[in-house]
Write a protein that binds this ligand. Structure first.
Ligand code: PLP
Length: 347
C-alpha cells in the first residue's frame, strides 16, 4: 500500500501488529510508551527491516525497554531550555536569535529526543494568545536577528497557520532570518505540499534545516520533498545526531553526508547525543565522535563536513568539540593523513 495512505503507528500493540517488534516485548514496551510518546510514520515503518535485530531505523524509532534505565548524569531538561525561557514557547539563550516553539508534537518520536519529557501528541501547542505574546516579545527585542521555528515539529501545523506566523514574523523589521527546524520532509514527505512551500516564501531569508541520521532515510520521496524547498529558493541545511548503532561508523556517517550534499543540503551540525533520560544505550563517547570526525575529514569532500557540537548541560549553549588538528600551542598542525607539520610562530 502507498505509504501516504496508511496510518502512523502509535502504540506498542500497533508495532507488534506491523511486525516491527516481538509480542514478547509488548508488556515492557507498554511501560516505555506510558512515559515517552511513540509514533512511527508509514514512510519510516517501510524502511525498517524486521529481520534485522540491529536495524538502524528501528533503533531510532521503535521503543526499547532500556529507555526506563536512567543514569545519574541524565537530566529531563538536558540542555537547559527552561533556564532561558522568558515566556511560553520562546527560548532566548543567545542574544541574536530565539527559538519559537509552535507545537509540542512531532510526526514521529525519536527514542533519543532531548525534549522527550516535553513532547508528545496532545501536549498542545501555542494558543493564539501565547503566540501573540511571543511575537510581542520578539518585536520588543531589536537584537533578535533570527527566529528559529522548532518544537515539536513546526511543519506539523497547517500551511494556513504557518503562513500566518511567517507573515507576522516577516513584518518585524529587525528579524532578518527565519529558520525552520524539522524532520517532516524525511519522515512524512507527503506533507510537503505546494501550499506549505508557499507559506514559507517571504522577503526574509528563510532556511530549512532537516534532521536525518542514516543515509537510508533519504528516500526518493524525501529527496523530492527537499527539492521542493530548494527549487523554491529556500536553502537547506541538515542536523544529525551521533547515535550508537545507527551512524557511529565512518562509512555510514560519510554516506549520510554525501547523500545530503547530493540533495543540495549542506551538512550543518553533528550533535553529540544529549544526556536525555533513558538514552544511554544510544550514546557514544565524545572520543568516539572525534575519531569519526577525523575519519570524515580524511576521506570526504569539504562539503560533507558538519561541525561536531555538544550542547553543554545546564543551558550554556553549543560548542564545537573538535577534533583539533593543532598541538604544542599551535606550533604543530596535523594533516588529514595524520602526519604532523611545524607551523612557524608569528613574529
Ligand atoms: C541550538 C539553539 C539555537 C541555534 O543555534 P545555532 O548555533 O545558531 O544553530 C538557538 N537557540 C537555542 C536555545 C538553541 O538550543
Amino acid at each position: 500500500m502507498n505509504a501516504a495512505a496508511r496510518k502512523t503507528l502509535r502504540s506498542p500493540s500497533a508495532l507488534v501488529e506491523a511486525r516491527l517488534t516481538g509480542a514478547d516485548r509488548l508488556a515492557a514496551l507498554e511501560q516505555v510508551a506510558a512515559r515517552y510518546a511513540v509514533a512511527i510514520t508509514p514512510a519510516m515503518a517501510d524502511l525498517i527491516d524486521p529481520a534485522d535485530p540491529n536495524d538502524p531505523i528501528a533503533r531510532q524509532f521503535v521503543p526499547d525497554a532500556r529507555e526506563l534505565e536512567r543514569r545519574p548524569e541524565e537530566n529531563p531538561d538536558p540542555i537547559g531550555d527552561e533556564a532561558h525561557s522568558p515566556l511560553e514557547g520562546v527560548v532566548h539563550r543567545y542574544p541574536d536569535r530565539v527559538l519559537l516553539k509552535l507545537v509540542n508534537a512531532c510526526a514521529i518520536y525519536c527514542r533519543f529526543c532531548f525534549r522527550r519529557e516535553m513532547v508528545g501528541p496532545g501536549r498542545g501547542g501555542l494558543s493564539p494568545q501565547a503566540l501573540a505574546a511571543a511575537l510581542d516579545y520578539i518585536g520588543a527585542h531589536p537584537e533578535i536577528w533570527e527566529v528559529i521555528l522548532t518544537g515539536g515539529d513546526p511543519l506539523l501545523i497547517s500551511a494556513r497557520r504557518l503562513q500566518d506566523v511567517v507573515t507576522r514574523l516577516a513584518a518585524i523589521s529587525h528579524v532578518k532570518v527565519i529558520r525552520v527546524h524539522t524532520r517532516v520532509p524525511v519522515v512524512a514527505p507527503e506533507r510537503i505540499s505546494a501550499a506549505l512551500i508557499r507559506a514559507l516564501r517571504t522577503r526574509k531569508a528563510t532556511f530549512v534545516v532537516i534532521h536525518a541520521n542514516h543515509p537510508r532515510e533519504l528516500t526518493k520521496r524525501a529527496r523530492a520533498a527537499c527539492a521542493r524547498f530548494i527549487d523554491a529558493g529556500i536553502p537547506m541545511l541538515s542536523q544529525s545526531v551521533l547515535l550508537r548503532g545507527v551512524n557511529d561508523d565512518v562509512e555510514t556517517l560519510g554516506g549520510l553526508m554525501r547523500a545530503l550534499v547530493e540533495c543540495r543540503i549542506k551538512p550543518y551540525y553533528l550533535h553529540h547525543a544529549d544526556l536525555a533520560p533513558g538514552t544511554g544505550h544510544l550514546r557514544t563517547s565524545i572520543a568516539e565522535g572525534r575519531a569519526l570526525m577525523r575519519g570524515l575529514r580524511g576521506r570526504y569532500s569539504g562539503l560533507c563536513q558538519p561541525t561536531y557540537v555538544l550542547d553543554i548541560p545546564g543551558g550554556f549553549g553549543k560548542s564545537p568539540i573538535g577534533p583539533s588538528y593543532l598541538s604544542e600551542g599551535g606550533a604543530v598542525v596535523e594533516d588529514f593523513n595524520g602526519r604532523r607539520h611545524r607551523y612557524p610562530p608569528r613574529r
